[in-house]
Design a protein around this ligand. Sequence first.
Ligand code: SAM
Length: 277
Amino acid sequence: MLSYRHAYHAGNHADVLKHWVLQLLLEYLQRKDKGLWYIDSHSGAGRYDLHQGMAAQNAEFASGIARLWQRKDLPEALASYRDAISALNPDGTLKYYPGSPLLAANQLRPQDKAQLFELHPRDVEQLSRLLPQAKVTQQDGFAGLKSLLPPPPRRALVLIDPPYEDKRDYQHVRNALADSLRRFATGTYAVWYPLLTRREAQELPRQLQQLGASKWLDVQLQISAAPSDGFGMYGSGMFVINPPWTLKEQLESALPWLVKTLGEDTAAAYRVNAQLD
Ligand code: SAM
C-alpha cells in the first residue's frame, strides 16, 4: 500500500522532532573518527519544495519548521538543526525542507555511508537523483535492514520511520527492532511514532521498552489535546535505543521552548522517559 506521500507533511511538528533528534544523534556519533553507516528504512523523497505541489497543499510546515525559522531566541540545542535547514535555503526564504536522508547525507564524512530504502517509485527516483553518493534501494525497509546488520564498520545509526497507515507497521517495527538487536546490539536505533488514540500507537513505546535493550530514551512532543472524535495525530515520539549520554539533557534544555512554540492548546507538553544504565 503506497498511498502515503511524505511531501504532504514535510516540515510539520513531527518532522521537527524527528529531524532534530536525528541531527543530535549524528553529531554525537561523529565525535569519533571511525566511519559509520546511516541506514534509513523508510526514506521518502529526500527534499521537499514547500511552495509547490503536495507540501504546499496543507502547508503543514507553517505550524512546524516555519515557527522556528527566524526566531532569535532559539535554544542552543536546536541551533544545528536549524542551521541544516538554513543551508538548504541560502537566500533566507524557507522554501526547501530536507527529509531524513538528505539531512543525514549532507553531514556524512568520506568514511561514512548512507544506505537508504524506499518503496515508492517516484520517491526512489528523486532520492537517487538527489543523493548519487548514497546507496538507494527500492525494497521493503524492514527486510532491507535485516540484510545489512551487522554493518561492516560495526557502527551505525538506523532510522525507522514507516507511515503507520497500515496498522501492521507497529508489529513490523517491533519485530524489526527485536531482530536488529539480535544481529547488532550496539547500534543506535531511532524509531519515530505518532501520538494517536489508536491502541497500537499507545502501546508501542511500552512494547519497545520491553525489547530488552539496556539503554533507551523515549521523547514525546504533544502539541494538542487528543482529538475527542479519536481521529488525527496530536503529537509524536522518538524512541531511541542506545542513545548518547548527552541526549536527555540536550532534549530537556529545548523541549519547554518547543512546547511553547509548536503547542496548539493547553494540553501541549513533552515527556522524556529513559533507562540509561
Ligand atoms: N524518513 C522520511 C523523512 O523523515 O524525511 C519520511 C518517511 S515517510 C514517514 C515513510 C516513507 O516510507 C514513505 O515515503 C513511503 O513511501 C515509504 N514506505 C512505505 N512502506 C515502505 C516499506 N515497507 N519499505 C520502505 N519504504 C516504505
